[in-house]
Ligand binder design. Structure first.
Ligand code: MN
Length: 203
């Protein structure tokens, strides 16, 4: 099999009480695993693309045979987004962004709070299933956006913060209260990892 589900880099209960252990177990072990399995199954039908890495597949969807294009878009996007998402989560005990990332968030959005408001609004107002992202655009600007389904923001730039707003990400604990889940998310942003991705994206 080409793509592999990596273990979560922490225990299922590491994000309690903001994201519960049962949600993390099912989200990683069933939902993310499903995307990986379905992506591998699609690529098995078209072995010519088996050597392409994930980003090459996702940024060249128009070059793929129609028979697997939608499956790669949905399941490859799902694999990419979730792999990123897991690394961005850590109980931060109120620690926010600092250094260059903080300075550039303030320069771009007016304040860290204004950035959080814009990001939270993108997450709360995405209709149906999708994601909110903070990206570094191809011309090296910070930008908030949301995508539907499992679409990635790779056509616009590099994601450095991501929030899954599919119901499977929050329904067990928050039911229909997506705004509460979005607000709780800021307690589990691993800002050190966001800063590392920011530095990397600027190079
Ligand atoms: Mn998900």
């Amino acid at each position: 099999m080409h793509f592999v589900l990596k273990p979560l880099p922490y225990a299922f209960d590491a994000l309690e009480p903001y994201i519960d252990a049962k949600t993390m177990e099912i989200h990683h072990g069933k939902h993310h695993a499903g995307y990986v399995n379905n992506l591998n199954a699609a690529l098995a039908k078209e072995p010519a693309y088996a050597s392409w890495n994930l980003e090459k597949l996702l940024t060249n969807l128009d070059k793929l045979p129609e028979s697997i294009r939608t499956a790669v878009r949905n399941n490859g996007g799902g694999h990419f987004n979730h792999e990123l998402f897991w690394t961005l989560l850590k109980v931060n005990k109120g620690k926010g962004p600092d250094g260059k990332l903080k300075a550039d968030l303030v320069a771009t959005f007016g304040s860290v709070e204004a950035f959080k408001d814009e990001f939270a609004t993108a997450a709360k107002t995405r209709f149906g299933s999708g994601w909110a992202f903070l990206i570094v655009t191809n011309d090296k600007k910070l930008k908030v956006l949301s995508t539907p389904n499992q679409d990635t923001p790779l056509h616009e730039g590099r994601p450095i913060l991501a929030l899954d707003v599919w119901e499977h990400a929050y329904y067990l604990k928050y039911q229909n209260r997506r705004p509460e889940y979005v607000d709780a998310f800021f307690n589990v942003v691993n800002w050190d990892e966001v800063a590392r991705l920011y530095e990397k994206a600027l190079k």
